[in-house]
Write a protein that binds this ligand. Structure first.
Ligand code: ACO
Length: 390
Protein backbone atom coordinates (compact mmCIF):
# COMPACT_ATOMS: atom_id res chain seq x y z
CA UNK A 1 0.00 0.00 0.00
CA UNK A 2 2.92 2.34 0.76
CA UNK A 3 4.19 1.86 -2.85
CA UNK A 4 0.73 2.64 -4.24
CA UNK A 5 0.64 5.96 -2.36
CA UNK A 6 3.90 7.10 -3.98
CA UNK A 7 2.54 6.30 -7.41
CA UNK A 8 -0.61 8.30 -6.71
CA UNK A 9 1.40 11.43 -5.84
CA UNK A 10 3.34 11.17 -9.11
CA UNK A 11 0.07 10.82 -10.98
CA UNK A 12 -1.49 13.88 -9.36
CA UNK A 13 1.38 16.08 -10.55
CA UNK A 14 0.48 15.26 -14.14
CA UNK A 15 -3.09 16.47 -13.58
CA UNK A 16 -6.61 15.15 -14.10
CA UNK A 17 -9.45 14.08 -11.82
CA UNK A 18 -8.70 11.73 -8.95
CA UNK A 19 -10.28 8.84 -10.87
CA UNK A 20 -8.16 9.57 -13.97
CA UNK A 21 -5.02 9.66 -11.84
CA UNK A 22 -5.92 6.29 -10.36
CA UNK A 23 -6.57 4.76 -13.75
CA UNK A 24 -3.28 6.11 -15.14
CA UNK A 25 -1.02 5.10 -12.30
CA UNK A 26 -2.71 2.54 -10.10
CA UNK A 27 -4.28 -0.16 -12.28
CA UNK A 28 -3.82 -3.03 -9.90
CA UNK A 29 -5.19 -6.51 -10.23
CA UNK A 30 -5.84 -9.10 -7.61
CA UNK A 31 -6.46 -12.65 -8.83
CA UNK A 32 -7.03 -11.35 -12.39
CA UNK A 33 -9.71 -8.92 -11.16
CA UNK A 34 -9.11 -5.16 -11.33
CA UNK A 35 -8.90 -3.58 -7.89
CA UNK A 36 -10.85 -0.34 -7.58
CA UNK A 37 -9.65 2.60 -5.60
CA UNK A 38 -11.86 2.85 -2.51
CA UNK A 39 -14.32 5.74 -2.54
CA UNK A 40 -15.22 7.60 0.66
CA UNK A 41 -19.01 7.37 0.97
CA UNK A 42 -20.86 9.60 3.44
CA UNK A 43 -23.02 7.03 5.22
CA UNK A 44 -24.40 9.10 8.08
CA UNK A 45 -24.65 12.61 9.51
CA UNK A 46 -25.80 14.42 12.63
CA UNK A 47 -25.90 17.92 14.10
CA UNK A 48 -26.17 19.73 17.39
CA UNK A 49 -27.36 23.34 17.53
CA UNK A 50 -26.37 25.43 20.57
CA UNK A 51 -29.34 25.97 22.91
CA UNK A 52 -29.81 29.77 23.21
CA UNK A 53 -31.60 31.28 20.22
CA UNK A 54 -30.89 35.00 19.83
CA UNK A 55 -32.89 37.07 17.35
CA UNK A 56 -31.68 40.15 15.49
CA UNK A 57 -34.00 42.29 17.61
CA UNK A 58 -32.36 40.93 20.75
CA UNK A 59 -28.92 41.80 19.32
CA UNK A 60 -30.21 45.33 18.62
CA UNK A 61 -30.81 45.80 22.38
CA UNK A 62 -27.04 45.92 23.00
CA UNK A 63 -25.54 46.89 19.59
CA UNK A 64 -26.29 49.72 17.19
CA UNK A 65 -27.92 47.54 14.54
CA UNK A 66 -31.37 46.49 13.34
CA UNK A 67 -33.20 43.39 12.21
CA UNK A 68 -33.72 45.04 8.82
CA UNK A 69 -29.96 45.72 8.29
CA UNK A 70 -28.87 42.24 9.31
CA UNK A 71 -31.54 40.46 7.22
CA UNK A 72 -31.00 42.46 4.06
CA UNK A 73 -27.18 42.55 4.21
CA UNK A 74 -26.55 38.96 5.31
CA UNK A 75 -29.76 36.87 5.37
CA UNK A 76 -29.34 36.11 9.09
CA UNK A 77 -32.58 36.23 11.11
CA UNK A 78 -31.39 34.49 14.29
CA UNK A 79 -28.43 32.54 15.62
CA UNK A 80 -27.90 30.12 18.49
CA UNK A 81 -25.23 30.61 21.14
CA UNK A 82 -23.68 28.08 23.50
CA UNK A 83 -24.28 28.39 27.25
CA UNK A 84 -21.12 28.72 29.43
CA UNK A 85 -21.01 24.96 30.14
CA UNK A 86 -20.81 24.06 26.41
CA UNK A 87 -17.53 24.02 24.46
CA UNK A 88 -16.84 23.28 20.81
CA UNK A 89 -15.87 19.67 21.57
CA UNK A 90 -19.27 19.17 23.30
CA UNK A 91 -21.21 20.32 20.22
CA UNK A 92 -18.91 18.20 18.07
CA UNK A 93 -19.34 15.13 20.29
CA UNK A 94 -23.14 15.43 20.34
CA UNK A 95 -23.20 15.81 16.54
CA UNK A 96 -20.78 12.87 16.15
CA UNK A 97 -22.98 10.57 18.29
CA UNK A 98 -25.95 11.38 16.05
CA UNK A 99 -23.88 10.84 12.91
CA UNK A 100 -22.68 7.42 14.15
CA UNK A 101 -26.28 6.47 15.05
CA UNK A 102 -27.58 7.49 11.64
CA UNK A 103 -24.76 5.54 9.94
CA UNK A 104 -25.36 2.48 12.12
CA UNK A 105 -21.65 2.52 12.97
CA UNK A 106 -20.19 1.73 16.38
CA UNK A 107 -17.63 4.20 17.76
CA UNK A 108 -15.08 1.36 17.94
CA UNK A 109 -15.23 0.99 14.15
CA UNK A 110 -13.92 4.55 13.55
CA UNK A 111 -10.23 4.47 12.61
CA UNK A 112 -9.67 8.21 12.01
CA UNK A 113 -11.05 11.44 13.52
CA UNK A 114 -10.84 14.79 11.72
CA UNK A 115 -12.08 17.83 13.64
CA UNK A 116 -12.38 21.20 11.89
CA UNK A 117 -12.79 24.29 14.06
CA UNK A 118 -11.44 27.83 14.47
CA UNK A 119 -12.79 28.05 18.05
CA UNK A 120 -11.10 25.12 19.84
CA UNK A 121 -11.70 24.55 23.57
CA UNK A 122 -7.98 25.20 24.24
CA UNK A 123 -4.93 26.57 22.39
CA UNK A 124 -3.75 22.99 22.78
CA UNK A 125 -4.60 20.21 22.61
CA UNK A 126 -6.95 20.42 19.67
CA UNK A 127 -10.53 19.16 19.74
CA UNK A 128 -9.82 15.86 17.93
CA UNK A 129 -8.54 13.98 20.94
CA UNK A 130 -11.11 15.64 23.24
CA UNK A 131 -13.81 14.25 20.97
CA UNK A 132 -12.15 10.81 20.97
CA UNK A 133 -12.28 10.80 24.77
CA UNK A 134 -15.85 12.15 25.02
CA UNK A 135 -17.04 9.41 22.69
CA UNK A 136 -15.03 6.72 24.53
CA UNK A 137 -13.30 5.67 21.32
CA UNK A 138 -10.08 3.65 20.98
CA UNK A 139 -6.90 5.78 20.60
CA UNK A 140 -7.16 6.30 16.83
CA UNK A 141 -5.32 9.10 14.94
CA UNK A 142 -7.04 12.47 15.52
CA UNK A 143 -6.41 15.47 13.25
CA UNK A 144 -7.38 19.06 13.89
CA UNK A 145 -8.04 21.20 10.84
CA UNK A 146 -7.56 25.00 11.02
CA UNK A 147 -9.02 26.35 7.79
CA UNK A 148 -11.96 28.28 9.26
CA UNK A 149 -14.97 28.44 6.93
CA UNK A 150 -13.24 26.07 4.47
CA UNK A 151 -12.38 23.68 7.32
CA UNK A 152 -14.99 21.09 6.49
CA UNK A 153 -13.84 20.81 2.86
CA UNK A 154 -10.19 20.59 3.90
CA UNK A 155 -11.21 17.89 6.39
CA UNK A 156 -13.19 16.09 3.71
CA UNK A 157 -10.16 15.95 1.43
CA UNK A 158 -8.01 14.65 4.30
CA UNK A 159 -10.57 11.95 5.13
CA UNK A 160 -10.98 11.04 1.46
CA UNK A 161 -7.19 10.81 0.93
CA UNK A 162 -6.83 8.44 3.89
CA UNK A 163 -9.60 6.24 2.55
CA UNK A 164 -8.28 6.25 -1.03
CA UNK A 165 -4.80 5.38 0.26
CA UNK A 166 -6.18 2.51 2.32
CA UNK A 167 -5.01 4.13 5.58
CA UNK A 168 -8.52 4.37 7.03
CA UNK A 169 -11.87 2.71 6.32
CA UNK A 170 -14.24 4.57 8.65
CA UNK A 171 -13.71 8.27 9.32
CA UNK A 172 -15.55 10.62 11.66
CA UNK A 173 -15.37 14.15 10.24
CA UNK A 174 -16.62 16.93 12.50
CA UNK A 175 -17.06 20.68 12.08
CA UNK A 176 -18.02 22.64 15.20
CA UNK A 177 -17.75 26.15 16.59
CA UNK A 178 -18.52 28.13 19.72
CA UNK A 179 -18.13 31.74 18.54
CA UNK A 180 -19.72 33.38 21.56
CA UNK A 181 -16.26 33.45 23.18
CA UNK A 182 -15.22 36.30 20.92
CA UNK A 183 -18.37 38.36 21.27
CA UNK A 184 -17.49 41.80 22.72
CA UNK A 185 -20.36 42.35 25.16
CA UNK A 186 -20.34 41.83 28.92
CA UNK A 187 -22.36 39.10 30.66
CA UNK A 188 -24.71 41.82 31.94
CA UNK A 189 -25.24 43.18 28.40
CA UNK A 190 -25.98 39.65 27.15
CA UNK A 191 -28.52 39.12 29.95
CA UNK A 192 -30.20 42.39 28.89
CA UNK A 193 -30.29 41.25 25.24
CA UNK A 194 -32.02 38.02 26.32
CA UNK A 195 -34.52 39.91 28.50
CA UNK A 196 -33.05 38.45 31.70
CA UNK A 197 -31.90 41.80 33.09
CA UNK A 198 -33.36 45.33 33.19
CA UNK A 199 -29.94 47.02 33.06
CA UNK A 200 -29.13 48.34 29.57
CA UNK A 201 -25.54 48.79 28.35
CA UNK A 202 -23.76 52.01 29.39
CA UNK A 203 -22.88 54.45 26.59
CA UNK A 204 -19.30 53.12 26.58
CA UNK A 205 -20.46 49.50 26.44
CA UNK A 206 -22.90 50.30 23.61
CA UNK A 207 -20.13 51.97 21.60
CA UNK A 208 -17.68 49.13 22.27
CA UNK A 209 -20.22 46.47 21.19
CA UNK A 210 -21.14 48.50 18.11
CA UNK A 211 -17.50 48.81 17.01
CA UNK A 212 -17.71 45.14 15.96
CA UNK A 213 -21.28 45.21 14.64
CA UNK A 214 -20.46 44.26 11.04
CA UNK A 215 -18.94 41.00 12.31
CA UNK A 216 -20.68 39.83 15.47
CA UNK A 217 -24.19 39.78 13.99
CA UNK A 218 -23.12 37.13 11.47
CA UNK A 219 -22.00 34.18 13.63
CA UNK A 220 -23.70 31.36 15.55
CA UNK A 221 -22.72 28.17 17.38
CA UNK A 222 -23.29 24.60 16.20
CA UNK A 223 -21.62 21.28 15.53
CA UNK A 224 -22.17 18.88 12.68
CA UNK A 225 -20.54 15.60 11.69
CA UNK A 226 -20.47 13.00 8.95
CA UNK A 227 -19.28 9.40 8.90
CA UNK A 228 -17.35 8.31 5.80
CA UNK A 229 -16.74 4.70 4.90
CA UNK A 230 -14.55 3.09 2.25
CA UNK A 231 -16.42 1.41 -0.57
CA UNK A 232 -14.94 -0.50 -3.51
CA UNK A 233 -18.35 -1.04 -5.11
CA UNK A 234 -20.75 1.27 -6.94
CA UNK A 235 -20.48 4.92 -7.87
CA UNK A 236 -21.27 6.58 -4.54
CA UNK A 237 -18.65 8.61 -2.68
CA UNK A 238 -16.37 11.63 -2.85
CA UNK A 239 -15.37 12.18 -6.49
CA UNK A 240 -13.06 15.19 -6.59
CA UNK A 241 -11.79 18.26 -4.74
CA UNK A 242 -10.13 21.53 -5.61
CA UNK A 243 -8.72 23.37 -2.59
CA UNK A 244 -6.76 26.62 -2.38
CA UNK A 245 -4.97 28.71 0.23
CA UNK A 246 -3.32 32.12 -0.15
CA UNK A 247 -2.04 34.08 2.85
CA UNK A 248 -1.21 37.47 1.27
CA UNK A 249 -4.49 39.01 2.48
CA UNK A 250 -4.80 37.09 5.76
CA UNK A 251 -5.14 40.34 7.73
CA UNK A 252 -8.43 41.18 6.00
CA UNK A 253 -10.05 38.49 8.15
CA UNK A 254 -8.23 37.35 11.27
CA UNK A 255 -7.91 37.57 15.03
CA UNK A 256 -5.16 40.20 15.28
CA UNK A 257 -3.91 39.37 18.79
CA UNK A 258 -3.84 36.73 21.52
CA UNK A 259 -1.54 34.52 19.46
CA UNK A 260 2.03 33.35 19.84
CA UNK A 261 3.38 36.18 17.72
CA UNK A 262 2.79 38.23 20.90
CA UNK A 263 4.87 37.72 24.06
CA UNK A 264 3.19 36.90 26.32
CA UNK A 265 0.58 35.55 23.98
CA UNK A 266 -2.22 37.18 25.96
CA UNK A 267 -2.18 40.24 28.19
CA UNK A 268 -4.54 42.90 29.50
CA UNK A 269 -3.49 45.46 26.88
CA UNK A 270 -4.52 43.19 24.03
CA UNK A 271 -7.90 42.58 25.64
CA UNK A 272 -8.40 46.31 26.22
CA UNK A 273 -7.65 47.00 22.53
CA UNK A 274 -10.01 44.22 21.42
CA UNK A 275 -7.22 42.26 19.74
CA UNK A 276 -8.96 39.00 20.72
CA UNK A 277 -11.95 39.86 18.51
CA UNK A 278 -11.70 39.16 14.77
CA UNK A 279 -11.20 41.98 12.30
CA UNK A 280 -12.88 41.71 8.94
CA UNK A 281 -12.82 43.89 5.86
CA UNK A 282 -16.31 42.81 4.88
CA UNK A 283 -16.37 44.25 1.36
CA UNK A 284 -12.96 42.79 0.50
CA UNK A 285 -13.92 39.35 1.81
CA UNK A 286 -17.27 39.54 0.04
CA UNK A 287 -15.58 40.22 -3.29
CA UNK A 288 -12.98 37.47 -2.82
CA UNK A 289 -15.63 34.97 -1.75
CA UNK A 290 -17.90 35.59 -4.74
CA UNK A 291 -14.99 35.46 -7.21
CA UNK A 292 -13.28 32.35 -5.85
CA UNK A 293 -16.37 30.31 -4.96
CA UNK A 294 -17.86 30.64 -8.43
CA UNK A 295 -14.50 29.93 -10.13
CA UNK A 296 -13.61 26.86 -8.05
CA UNK A 297 -17.11 25.42 -8.51
CA UNK A 298 -16.74 25.77 -12.29
CA UNK A 299 -13.29 24.16 -12.24
CA UNK A 300 -14.49 21.05 -10.43
CA UNK A 301 -17.57 20.70 -12.63
CA UNK A 302 -15.66 21.17 -15.88
CA UNK A 303 -12.86 18.76 -15.13
CA UNK A 304 -15.37 16.06 -14.18
CA UNK A 305 -17.55 16.75 -17.23
CA UNK A 306 -20.56 17.64 -15.06
CA UNK A 307 -23.08 20.27 -16.18
CA UNK A 308 -24.78 22.31 -13.43
CA UNK A 309 -28.11 20.73 -14.44
CA UNK A 310 -26.79 17.32 -13.39
CA UNK A 311 -26.27 18.48 -9.82
CA UNK A 312 -29.04 17.73 -7.34
CA UNK A 313 -27.78 20.27 -4.81
CA UNK A 314 -25.00 22.81 -4.31
CA UNK A 315 -24.16 23.24 -0.63
CA UNK A 316 -22.48 26.62 -0.18
CA UNK A 317 -20.81 27.83 2.99
CA UNK A 318 -23.29 30.05 4.86
CA UNK A 319 -21.37 33.30 5.47
CA UNK A 320 -23.73 35.65 3.67
CA UNK A 321 -26.82 34.82 1.65
CA UNK A 322 -25.91 37.48 -0.91
CA UNK A 323 -22.54 35.82 -1.61
CA UNK A 324 -24.35 32.56 -2.35
CA UNK A 325 -27.01 34.23 -4.50
CA UNK A 326 -24.25 35.76 -6.58
CA UNK A 327 -22.55 32.35 -7.05
CA UNK A 328 -25.91 30.72 -7.81
CA UNK A 329 -26.52 33.27 -10.56
CA UNK A 330 -23.01 32.87 -11.99
CA UNK A 331 -23.44 29.10 -12.14
CA UNK A 332 -26.99 29.39 -13.53
CA UNK A 333 -28.57 27.31 -10.77
CA UNK A 334 -32.28 27.37 -9.86
CA UNK A 335 -33.32 28.24 -6.26
CA UNK A 336 -34.25 24.67 -5.31
CA UNK A 337 -30.66 23.51 -5.90
CA UNK A 338 -29.10 26.00 -3.49
CA UNK A 339 -30.40 25.45 0.04
CA UNK A 340 -29.83 28.06 2.78
CA UNK A 341 -29.99 27.83 6.54
CA UNK A 342 -28.10 31.02 7.40
CA UNK A 343 -31.44 32.62 8.41
CA UNK A 344 -31.78 30.09 11.27
CA UNK A 345 -28.20 29.63 12.46
CA UNK A 346 -26.00 32.44 11.07
CA UNK A 347 -22.47 31.55 10.02
CA UNK A 348 -21.41 28.46 11.98
CA UNK A 349 -18.01 28.40 10.16
CA UNK A 350 -16.76 24.77 9.92
CA UNK A 351 -20.25 23.42 10.65
CA UNK A 352 -22.25 25.10 7.86
CA UNK A 353 -21.76 22.57 5.06
CA UNK A 354 -22.29 19.38 7.11
CA UNK A 355 -25.33 21.06 8.70
CA UNK A 356 -26.81 21.64 5.26
CA UNK A 357 -25.93 18.07 4.25
CA UNK A 358 -27.58 16.72 7.40
CA UNK A 359 -30.77 18.76 6.85
CA UNK A 360 -31.02 17.90 3.15
CA UNK A 361 -30.41 14.16 3.61
CA UNK A 362 -32.90 13.95 6.49
CA UNK A 363 -35.73 15.69 4.64
CA UNK A 364 -35.07 13.84 1.36
CA UNK A 365 -33.75 16.75 -0.72
CA UNK A 366 -30.56 14.66 -1.12
CA UNK A 367 -30.93 10.92 -1.62
CA UNK A 368 -28.33 8.20 -2.36
CA UNK A 369 -26.94 8.57 -5.86
CA UNK A 370 -27.48 12.34 -6.12
CA UNK A 371 -24.59 14.48 -7.29
CA UNK A 372 -23.78 17.22 -4.76
CA UNK A 373 -21.24 20.04 -5.02
CA UNK A 374 -19.91 21.68 -1.84
CA UNK A 375 -18.27 25.12 -2.04
CA UNK A 376 -16.64 27.29 0.64
CA UNK A 377 -14.53 30.39 1.23
CA UNK A 378 -12.96 31.42 4.52
CA UNK A 379 -10.20 33.12 6.43
CA UNK A 380 -6.64 32.33 5.53
CA UNK A 381 -7.65 33.02 2.79
CA UNK A 382 -8.84 29.53 1.91
CA UNK A 383 -11.42 28.22 -0.52
CA UNK A 384 -12.43 25.10 -2.36
CA UNK A 385 -15.07 22.80 -3.77
CA UNK A 386 -15.77 19.08 -3.44
CA UNK A 387 -17.90 16.93 -5.71
CA UNK A 388 -19.69 14.04 -4.01
CA UNK A 389 -22.16 11.35 -5.11
CA UNK A 390 -24.43 10.95 -2.07
N1 ACO B 1 -25.89 47.08 11.62
C1 ACO B 1 -26.11 48.27 11.04
N2 ACO B 1 -25.23 48.89 10.24
C2 ACO B 1 -24.07 48.24 10.02
C3 ACO B 1 -23.78 47.00 10.59
C4 ACO B 1 -24.74 46.42 11.42
N3 ACO B 1 -24.57 45.22 12.02
N4 ACO B 1 -22.54 46.63 10.17
C5 ACO B 1 -22.08 47.58 9.36
N5 ACO B 1 -23.00 48.58 9.26
C6 ACO B 1 -22.92 49.81 8.49
C7 ACO B 1 -21.50 50.26 8.24
O1 ACO B 1 -21.01 50.99 9.34
C8 ACO B 1 -21.65 51.09 7.00
O2 ACO B 1 -22.15 52.34 7.39
P1 ACO B 1 -21.67 53.69 6.61
O3 ACO B 1 -22.13 53.51 5.20
O4 ACO B 1 -22.37 54.77 7.36
O5 ACO B 1 -20.17 53.71 6.74
C9 ACO B 1 -22.77 50.39 6.23
O6 ACO B 1 -23.46 49.57 7.19
C10 ACO B 1 -22.27 49.52 5.10
O7 ACO B 1 -21.19 48.71 5.60
P2 ACO B 1 -20.49 47.63 4.72
O8 ACO B 1 -19.44 46.94 5.53
O9 ACO B 1 -20.10 48.23 3.42
O10 ACO B 1 -21.72 46.61 4.47
P3 ACO B 1 -21.82 45.42 3.49
O11 ACO B 1 -23.00 45.57 2.62
O12 ACO B 1 -20.50 45.07 2.85
O13 ACO B 1 -22.17 44.19 4.48
C11 ACO B 1 -21.08 42.35 5.54
C12 ACO B 1 -21.29 43.87 5.51
C13 ACO B 1 -22.42 41.70 5.87
C14 ACO B 1 -20.08 42.04 6.62
C15 ACO B 1 -20.57 41.85 4.16
O14 ACO B 1 -19.52 42.66 3.73
C16 ACO B 1 -20.10 40.42 4.18
O15 ACO B 1 -20.86 39.49 4.39
N6 ACO B 1 -18.81 40.15 3.90
C17 ACO B 1 -18.28 38.79 3.81
C18 ACO B 1 -18.27 38.06 5.11
C19 ACO B 1 -17.64 36.68 4.90
O16 ACO B 1 -17.84 36.01 3.92
N7 ACO B 1 -16.80 36.26 5.81
C20 ACO B 1 -16.06 35.02 5.55
C21 ACO B 1 -16.42 33.97 6.44
S1 ACO B 1 -16.04 34.27 8.10
C22 ACO B 1 -14.61 33.33 8.39
O17 ACO B 1 -14.02 32.74 7.55
C23 ACO B 1 -14.14 33.35 9.78
Amino acid sequence: MRRSKVLLVIGLRSGGTLDEVWNRTMRLTRGGREVRMPRAVIIGSGSEIAPTRVTNDQMARIIDTSDEWIRTRSGVEARHFATPDIATSDLGAAAARRALDSAGVDKDEVDLVVFATMTPDHFFPGCGTLLQDKLGMPPVPCFDVRQQCSGFLYGLQLADAHIRAGMARTVLLVGAEVHIGFMPWTRENYAYALGESDVPPTKEEWEWNSRFRHLVVLFGDAGSAVVLRASEEGERGVIDHDLHGAGADFDKLCVPGTGFKHRPYIDAEQLARGDHIPVMDGRFVFKMATTHMAAVAKTVLERNGIAPEQLKMVLMHQANKRINEYCQKTLGLPDEKVPHNIHKYGNTTAATIPLLWDECTRDGRITPGDLVLMVAFGAGMTWGASLVRA
